[in-house]
Design a protein around this ligand. Structure first.
Ligand code: SAM
Length: 211
């Protein structure tokens, strides 16, 4: 079920509505992301949402900004179009964004980055820099750990509490979870300023601005 999301389709919205450990405060976090994008962009700016999934965030963004969605899964795109009729959705991947250089004001991403390998993630940050205008933003909410020590501490805490289900879920899920501390360095190397905050035990929200 918790694969890369490519085949989730209709079941995805049932999962996020459960408000479980991974998707705790999902709706509130999406609203925060939308508010940050709106506050950081002009009225006539273009935001790209990646991956658009079932368009839960897009529906909020479209109230205030022009949005193009990027989504590799035809099934997810079909649901997104149903939710947001008229929404432009293009096929694409984190590491291959179908946009011209310096043509986008903001890139917003919810719960998509955590599945990328480190190598793909670094390529993706380069790709985001390519398509963003100077001064443009990347705004992300996703599962991650603060740093390696925090990941160890969380696991030890779960062991001590006998939280076997959570530990199993984490083992199944977190292979590629990024570290906030790595993202800060990686975005910094590509010329972004970077700030963020922890939102739940597993989810962080960050904003990277291209200098
Ligand atoms: C957990 S869902 C998140 C959907 C949506 N952003 C949201 O917040 O509800 C993960 C999404 O990532 C997409 N995906 C998987 N691998 C991807 C990749 N390499 N590049 C872009 N999108 C990808 C899936 O098709 C799916 O729509």
């Amino acid at each position: 079920m918790r694969d890369n999301g490519i085949s989730w389709g209709d079941s995805y919205d049932l999962v996020v509505q459960r408000d479980d450990w991974f998707y705790q405060d999902y709706a509130v976090i999406l609203r925060e992301l939308a508010d940050i994008v709106v506050a950081g962009t002009e009225l006539n700016s273009l935001a790209v949402e990646l991956p658009v999934g079932t368009a839960n965030l897009t529906a909020l963004l479209l109230e205030k900004r022009s949005v193009i969605g990027v989504e590799p899964s035809g099934e997810m795109a079909r649901i997104a179009r149903r939710r947001c009729p008229g929404l432009r959705i293009v096929g694409g991947w984190f590491r291959a964004l179908p946009f011209r250089d310096a043509s986008v004001d903001a890139i917003v991403s919810a719960y998509g980055l955590h599945r990328l390998s480190r190598e793909d993630r670094i390529d993706s940050i380069g790709e985001m820099r390519r398509v963003l205008r100077r001064g443009g933003h990347v705004v992300v909410a996703d599962m991650m750990f603060r740093d390696a020590a925090s990941e160890r501490a969380l696991r030890e805490d779960l062991v001590q509490k006998g939280a076997k289900t959570k530990l199993a879920l984490l083992d199944e899920e977190s292979d590629e979870y990024p570290l906030f501390s790595d993202l800060q360095i990686e975005f910094g190397r590509f010329g972004f300023s970077f700030s963020g905050k922890q939102r739940t035990e597993l989810v962080w929200l960050f904003r990277a601005k291209l200098r």
